[in-house]
Design a binder for this molecule. Structure first.
Ligand SMILES: NC(=O)c1ccc[n+]([C@@H]2O[C@H](COP(=O)([O-])OP(=O)(O)OC[C@H]3O[C@@H](n4cnc5c(N)ncnc54)[C@H](OP(=O)(O)O)[C@@H]3O)[C@@H](O)[C@H]2O)c1
Length: 345
């Protein structure tokens, strides 16, 4: 059985540095994880990254790193457009994968990756971090206790002014707000209300490059519940979530990485009747790494917290939204969404 886990990273960029901080923190807490290797398209960049972040090995090619038998888990930290090809490469080398969100730009690419992973018996996980966090279970347990009565409606937003980033602006890199930020609000709605959706409506503002800048999304579920969501790359927002129930409402301070949850009863909109702080964390990314460690030790091929079906379900919703907006990426010859079931009812 795997005792310790050597983590290797593809892509020496911004989020890769947060992962390094996470692994260092986990190791300092006595967890059996090693910050083992970094691979970049440039050896120089890999060397500098390894030196600055304390990574043991630096590779100037992704394949050279994948050929290293000491690598246990590969964390893919590159633009969305490159995830599918890089995951397939890892799978062909027999390496377990933790891939950043969005898993792939569309459902079809994800199906191809997951098919190969099943065929080769290789572990693959989507690094959608709130799925692995304790806040997810805290919120669901509070709702199950009935603290706000029956939940009927939810609201969530996630907006960051990030249009200086090439991967956000460029359609060839599967840019736009949806795959970067919208995925979090869709995921929050999915974690709370599930995925039995009867209709999705949306309004979008496009960037000059043709990808989505700002969007509002309304989801209606079969049981009549509704979700109202917003994402944008043009400005910062409060990132708040509210779940409205028949006896009160529950707020979450940050959809991306919840810090606390407050409960309000229906009569007092100012003073919460209860506040729950989520457990202290290193960065918040440690929970997805712990899940990979548990899964590799248990011989699982997908995470319990983020099953492959869930990855596909969110991609189906994002494909539907891009169909509403008439956005297809240059590497797609047609809109990836063909059944129209969610959007034309
Ligand atoms: N979970 C979170 O909180 C969070 C936060 C931010 C981002 N993310 C996700 O993490 C991923 C990477 O985001 P990031 O902000 O770290 O990206 P980034 O810094 O822009 O780029 C990361 C790496 O991707 C490669 N890359 C960049 N542009 C490329 C291009 N045009 N063609 C080929 N490779 C390219 C480079 O790897 P080389 O070193 O090989 O050159 C680069 O170092 C995305 O999937 C994003 O959604 C997640």
């Amino acid at each position: 059985m795997l005792k310790g886990m050597n983590v290797a990273i593809i892509g020496a960029g911004a989020i890769a540095r947060s992962m390094c901080q996470t692994i260092r923190g986990m190791k300092a807490n006595g967890r059996p994880v090693e910050l083992y290797a970094i691979a970049s398209r440039s050896q120089e960049k890999a060397d500098a990254f390894a030196r600055e972040e304390g990574v043991e090995k630096a590779y100037g090619s992704y394949e050279a790193m994948l050929a290293d038998p000491k690598v246990d888990l590969v964390y893919i930290a590159t633009p969305h457009s490159h995830h599918a090809e890089q995951m397939k490469l890892c799978i062909r080398y027999g390496k377990a994968v933790l891939c950043e969100k969005a898993f792939t730009p569309n459902q079809h690419q994800a199906e191809e990756v997951l098919h190969l992973a099943r065929e080769q018996g290789v572990y693959v996980a989507e690094a959608l971090w709130p799925r692995y966090m304790p806040s997810r279970w805290i919120i669901n347990e509070l709702l199950a206790e009935g603290v706000i009565g029956e939940p009927r409606m939810l609201y969530s937003n996630l907006c960051y002014a990030i249009e200086h980033k090439e991967r956000i602006m460029d359609p060839a890199l599967a840019g736009g707000a949806l795959l970067d930020l919208g995925i979090y609000v869709l995921n929050f709605a999915s974690m709370v209300f599930g995925d039995d959706i009867v209709r999705i409506n949306s309004t979008v503002e496009l960037m000059e490059t043709g990808v989505d800048r700002t969007e509002t999304i309304t989801i209606k579920y079969r049981d009549g519940k509704m979700a109202q969501l917003m994402a944008s790359t043009a400005f910062n927002s409060d990132r708040r979530c509210v779940i409205y129930g028949t006896k009160g409402y529950l707020t979450v301070d940050n959809v991306n990485n919840p810090g606390w949850i407050e409960i309000f009863d229906k009569d007092d909109r100012v003073h919460p009747i209860r506040r729950i702080d989520v457990p202290a964390q290193i960065t918040g990314y440690e929970y997805e790494v712990e899940a990979c460690l548990r899964d590799l030790q248990a011989g699982n091929l997908e995470p319990v917290e983020m099953p492959h079906q869930q990855t596909l379900m969110l991609l189906r919703q994002m494909d539907a939204l891009r169909a509403i907006w008439h956005i297809k990426f240059p590497f797609e010859d047609k809109s990836p969404f063909t059944d129209m079931e969610l959007i034309e009812r």
